[in-house]
Design a protein around this ligand. Structure first.
Ligand code: HEM
Length: 398
């Protein structure tokens, strides 16, 4: 396996598309080539952690840990060192450093990413309060919240994504075992996206309501992309240089109610066409939305409470975020209701200039609010990428 994977290329950037497997490499002569999906590889070392700007992966696991009683800064530093070694190896398609279980043995890296973050409570447990960024202050309560606190927050957060379910599970199991006696799992959630290759060409992924989701995302080619998504190199606190803040919300979709709506009504809720994501004001998916356009009766063609109108950056003081979600399905409740929706994950340089103002506005009631329910929440400081020889979070923990 190692010989095959040593030459895999770097992962490129495909935003808002379902085709997460990029940067395919050919296998060395004589070896059986991996498929394009298996050979996709993201790099562990870099300016930013992986798993933020890469294309959506087909499979995702989110897991939060709390430090064990008696574990402090020293144990946390050792854990982040273990996790970083594991992440580097698994993302290269190599075996886990200790006692690999063989679950991912025959597969390539499959665009695996592991991303590590710190929650508010981490800093109290480790005596690092002075290093806690103001941006980690707890999110305000929203009137529509139905939050399960036992599935929210946590000292440490790990996001795992891969284009193969076994590769993703293998990574989850390995980092759980790495935690040893230093930390215990607080909550864990599983998600998915479209598999690369399922559509004729890479395109914006659909969510479980059937909409194209991700169209309005900031693009890496935007001049202000880095400024919106990442803490500047000279930013505060210094250990968060090139990092980002992740807001995680488990949002259940009330699919029985949603699916009763006519197509026209569903399109009015969002303000975009379901088939191709085009704004109701006309054009195709990438045509800018004309918020002023009205119909023969003088009504706005993009309704005033349409989700895609209310969330526009220009209507929220420029607030913008990079949404990089996974869908989830946790089975069907006893009454037949699907427990399904969106593991909404958004990335921003500052939650007070990203998620918070937009969610405040949505909380006052956009047309979508009737069809969703926020059930869990987390906010995590995700430091910049580890340099070679460094572990993630080293600048905080040493
Ligand atoms: C846009 C769905 C929750 C922020 C959209 C679009 C859809 C959508 C279909 C239009 C296409 C696109 O630009 O991606 C959903 C669903 C949600 C949800 C199904 C819940 C299950 C949220 C939340 C926030 C949010 C909680 C933030 C607080 C945005 C933003 C845009 C957007 C910023 C893009 C606006 C623009 O720049 O054009 N959403 N959304 N969404 N949504 Fe949501």
């Amino acid at each position: 396996r190692r010989a095959l994977l040593g030459t895999a290329g770097a992962t490129g950037l495909v935003l808002g598309t379902a085709g997460g497997a990029v940067g395919y490499a050919s296998a060395p002569a004589g070896a059986t080539p991996l498929t394009s999906v298996g050979s996709g590889r993201a790099m562990f070392h870099g300016k930013h952690q992986p798993g933020i700007t890469e294309g959506l992966q087909a499979r995702g696991h989110l897991v939060a840990f709390d430090l064990a009683a008696g574990a402090g800064r020293k144990e946390a530093a050792a854990l982040l060192r273990r996790w970083s070694t594991t992440a580097e190896r698994l993302m290269a398609g190599e075996a886990a450093p200790h006692g690999d279980t063989d679950v991912a043995r025959d597969a390539g890296p499959s665009s695996l990413t592991l991303t590590f973050g710190f929650g508010y409570s981490f800093f109290g447990r480790t005596g690092l309060e002075k290093q806690r960024p103001g941006a980690l202050d707890p999110l305000p309560d929203f009137s529509s919240d139905h939050l399960d606190r036992s599935r929210s927050d946590g000292d440490l957060w790990v996001q795992i994504g891969a284009n193969d379910a076994l590769v993703a599970f293998h990574a989850l199991r390995t980092i759980q075992k790495d935690a040893g006696s230093a930390a215990r799992v607080r909550w864990q959630m599983n998600g998915f996206n479209r598999s690369p290759g399922a559509t004729a060409h890479p395109m914006t992924a659909r969510n479980l309501m059937g909409q194209l989701d991700g169209t309005g995302n900031p693009k890496p080619t935007d001049t202000d992309f880095d400024q919106r998504i990442f803490v500047p190199a000279s930013g505060e606190p210094a250990w968060m240089a090139n990092g980002s803040y992740a807001v995680v919300r488990r949002i259940r979709m009330l699919l029985d109610d949603w699916e009763k709506l006519s197509l026209t009504a569903q399109e009015q809720v969002i303000g975009r066409r379901k088939a191709n994501g085009a704004p109701l004001s006309g054009g195709d998916e990438t045509t800018p939305m004309d918020l002023e356009k009205s119909d023969a009766h003088g009504d706005y063609v993009v309704p005033l409470n349409a989700h895609a109108r209310i969330t526009r950056p220009e209507r929220n003081g420029g607030a913008a975020m990079l949404r990089r979600p996974f869908s989830y399905h946790d089975g069907i409740d006893a009454d037949g209701t699907p427990d399904a929706g969106l593991l909404f994950i958004c990335w921003q340089a500052d939650p007070l200039r990203g998620f918070v103002p937009v969610q405040r506005k949505l909380d006052r009631g956009d047309a979508l609010s009737k069809y969703i329910r926020h059930e869990a929440s987390g906010l995590f400081a995700v430091p910049g990428g580890a340099a070679r020889g460094e572990y993630v979070g080293q600048r905080l923990l040493e």
